[in-house]
Write a protein that binds this ligand. Structure first.
Ligand SMILES: Cc1cc2nc3c(=O)[nH]c(=O)nc-3n(C[C@H](O)[C@H](O)[C@H](O)COP(=O)(O)OP(=O)(O)OC[C@H]3O[C@@H](n4cnc5c(N)ncnc54)[C@H](O)[C@@H]3O)c2cc1C
Length: 383
């Protein structure tokens, strides 16, 4: 009888069942592409999806401003992701019908005194040595571009190609796009354990229930090392790095267009009138207190470069936890446990690195071909 049925109904190829642990920008973006390519994808989030670091971020896409000489692989990854951004945003906006406020005014790094200026000159010479498209400006030239900058600004480096996005809109767009292609999003559903048998990940445990999977992606941000079941060497060494932020509301017309990197704070103006001021960088474990000192330092740092901040109403204050790995670079790709893929540890650059992580990890899953771009970021480097 069953033979007869098979003869009549052509066999459908089995859809690969992928479980993604963590619905931040990283898990959601991989899920979106896999669902779009007909995989059977479920994303589990222990909270509401996208409310972790992805919600807390400032949305700056600054591989050139944030460059460090030691980390050339990370620079290449960041530049590749920045390059992907326009097309990736186009696809996301079209799939979700949500604009993510991708702003292309560029970034100015500014100095306020002789010490800052010497540091900025050093940074600028490093950027030039790396052949990055940057330009030195005097304080007056910087004020021609941004008239509300303080007269105390002595000089600036213009990183014309470092843009920004509204990460909160990006989260909403990713959820919409993921679900549009049949992705299954289970929120308020923590994954307790990854089940491993003979060095192969075979499923997860949610409360007591076992859920089978062909492939598991671990993208649980700064909580990635807390999930049980992995042997110690396979736990991604990721820690929380606390960042406090403030949003003030700008007057109309807005007083700032560019992202500003000041010596003690950065400022990221959004099209809806919010001006984000960030961020502290604190090793405080999972503590999420907003402190008077943190707020004071950020406001002082912002006011020094943009005095009109003094008059602006405060919209919101918040804290986020960046997922920082042992070397502060992401952990990406296959592991020595079959069917377990890592996509975590994006630290300060997870919004920037979303398109490249999304492309490389989803194509690794779809084609099983290794990627040279993410090869330096495998978990193996810590083992
Ligand atoms: C203050 C601040 C400013 C930042 N600014 C920028 C910036 O300007 N530009 C930039 O590129 N990056 C920035 N970042 C970094 C960026 O936000 C992160 O690198 C990025 O959001 C990481 O995304 P994620 O998806 O890995 O993590 P998250 O967004 O934290 O998502 C992880 C998800 O996993 C879920 N989870 C955890 N444990 C479990 C479990 N057991 N089961 C199920 N789900 C689980 C969580 O609930 C969470 O939703 C900033 C970060 C902070 C905190």
């Amino acid at each position: 009888m069953s033979l007869l049925v098979e003869e009549i109904e052509p066999k459908m190829p089995l859809r690969k069942k992928v479980v993604i642990i963590g619905g931040g920008v990283i898990g959601l973006s991989i899920g979106w592409q896999l669902a779009k390519n007909s995989f059977d994808v479920t994303i589990y989030d222990r909270n509401w999806a996208g409310q972790g670091a992805s919600w807390a971020a400032a949305g700056m896409l600054s591989p050139r401003a944030e460059v460090h000489m030691q980390a050339s692989d990370l620079l290449q990854l960041g530049l590749a992701s920045a390059e992907l951004y326009p097309e990736w945003v186009g696809e996301l906006e079209s799939d979700s019908q949500i604009s993510v406020d991708y702003r292309t005014h560029g970034t100015l790094m500014v100095s306020l005194d002789r010490d800052d200026q010497a540091e900025l000159e050093h940074h600028y010479s490093m950027q030039l040595a790396l052949d990055l498209p940057v330009e030195w400006l005097t304080g007056a030239e910087a004020r021609e571009i941004e008239p509300y900058l303080s007269p105390r600004v002595t000089s600036a480096v213009s990183c014309k190609k470092d843009f920004q996005v509204d990460n909160r809109l990006m989260v909403q767009a990713l959820i919409q796009a993921f679900e549009k292609f049949g992705g299954n999003l289970l929120q308020q559903t923590p994954v307790c354990k990854i089940e491993i048998q003979n060095e192969k990940a075979i499923g997860i445990r949610v409360e007591e229930k076992f859920i089978e999977a062909d492939l598991i992606v671990l993208s649980a941000g700064c909580w990635s090392s807390q999930i049980e079941g992995l042997p110690d060497w396979a736990r991604p060494p990721v820690r929380p790095v606390k960042g406090q932020m403030i949003a003030v509301r700008m007057d109309v017309p807005t007083i700032l267009q560019h992202v500003i990197y000041a010596p003690d704070a950065y400022l990221a103006p959004k099209s809806d009138g919010r001006l984000l001021i960030g961020a502290t960088c604190e090793e405080q474990g999972f503590n999420t207190n907003i402190t008077a000192g943190g707020m004071f330092e950020l406001l002082r740092g912002a006011w020094e470069v943009l005095p009109s901040v003094y008059e602006l109403p405060i919209d919101e204050t918040w804290v986020g936890l960046r997922p920082g790995s042992r070397d502060n670079a992401p952990i990406l790709g296959k592991t020595q446990i079959n069917n377990l893929i890592m996509a975590t540890g994006h630290y300060r650059q997870g919004i920037l690195l979303t398109p490249v992580t999304c492309r490389e990890i989803s194509s690794l899953i779809m084609t099983d071909q290794p990627s040279s771009l993410i090869a330096p970021f495998m978990l193996e480097r810590f083992v």
